[in-house]
Design a protein around this ligand. Structure first.
Ligand SMILES: Cc1ncc(COP(=O)(O)O)c(C=O)c1O
Length: 323
């Protein structure tokens, strides 16, 4: 069976059967997001985006000359739909970008009720919803969370994903389920002139049409869960008590808030010298809201050297804030 049919019919992991006729195969999730935005918006339009938001997505917004309203993501509850509602009553929001399942960087998961509420709001206000489901397969336990696409019959929800988080970053293959924007999205894809390597297409088709992908994801999810708990323990042990962490239930990202007294620039510089690099919080927003935060990715297995570097980072933070 062809790649689009295979992706569309993955009913074991996607609660909905996607329509293969509205699928576009892309060079990763970022390209899918680029195409989704360009299908809906023109320069100067306002887009509501989750905050904090991964830098590469902010770059797409900047390159497409879109104006941004940042909607906070709570580290436990996820995207604040009430605040989006308030913003949408005050300004003409052209699209919303949201990662309901294991948002990067907080790892938060939007409940089914909040997904329904967000979907209902999008329908009521006629705002297209661009859903990034790149981490959806990576739940630590229980069932795969639903995506908002599975609630939608209007065509206003555009869902994108890829295999770069669940299989390997080097596999440049993603997809966009473009809803009623399919025709425009397809034109933009052609205009970009890029093609997805037939080798990747064949590899993914083989993996997802057999049990290989499911088997791999099951093992990987367990590995991610245990690495997350290990990371949490290391930070609890080695970092100052004032450190606050998000509590992801899936994905590979941890969002860490440091003491407000800590000089973050100096902290990053000293950490780099000992071989550990964090993604600074300021890269996740156009504002200065996250200067005291950093993201820690726990998808790689720990070595003794990395554990030690994390211990030194904790000691460094403690020293810099004077404890
Ligand atoms: C939320 C989010 N979207 C998209 C991407 C990029 O996906 P891809 O490598 O498939 O383009 C990333 C990677 O960090 C991400 O975290």
């Amino acid at each position: 069976m062809a790649l689009k049919e295979q992706i569309a019919q993955r009913t074991t992991t996607y609660k909905t059967v996607l329509n293969p006729e509205e699928l576009i195969i892309t060079d990763g999730a970022l390209q899918a997001l680029y195409i989704a935005l360009a299908s809906i918006c023109s320069p100067g339009d306002i887009v509501a985006v989750e905050s904090p938001c991964v830098f590469s997505v902010l770059e797409i917004l900047r390159v497409q000359q879109l104006r941004v309203v940042e909607v906070p993501v709570d580290i436990r509850q996820g995207f604040d739909v009430d605040l989006l509602k308030k913003a949408s009553q005050k300004m003409n929001i052209k699209a919303v970008i949201v990662t309901p399942n294991f948002h990067n960087p907080t790892g938060s998961l939007l409940s089914d009720e909040q997904k329904q509420y967000l979907h209902a709001l999008a329908i009521e206000q006629g705002i297209p919803l661009i859903e990034n489901d790149i981490y959806g397969d990576l739940h630590f336990s229980g069932h795969r969370p639903i995506n908002i696409k599975s609630l939608d019959e209007s065509g206003l929800v555009l869902t994108c994903s890829s295999y770069s988080k669940s299989l390997a970053p080097g596999i440049r293959l993603g997809w966009l389920s473009a809803g009623k924007f399919f025709k425009k999205a397809e034109q933009i894809k052609y205009a970009l002139g890029s093609t997805v390597s037939p080798i990747y297409q064949e590899t993914i088709t083989k993996l997802i049409s057999s049990t290989s992908y499911d088997r791999h994801v099951r093992l990987f999810r367990n590995q991610l869960a245990s690495q997350y708990y290990h990371t949490q323990n290391l930070i609890n042990r080695f970092f100052p008590e004032s450190t606050v962490m998000s509590k992801p239930t899936g994905g590979s990202n941890l969002w860490v808030q440091m003491d407000r007294k800590l000089d973050m620039q100096l902290f990053y510089k000293l950490c780099e010298e000992t071989g550990i690099r964090f993604t600074p919080g300021y890269t996740f927003s156009f504002s200065k809201a996250y200067d005291q935060f950093f993201r820690l990715v726990f998808s790689d297995k720990y070595s003794a050297a990395r554990e030690n570097a994390l211990k030194i980072a904790g000691d460094t933070a403690a020293k810099l804030i004077g404890i």
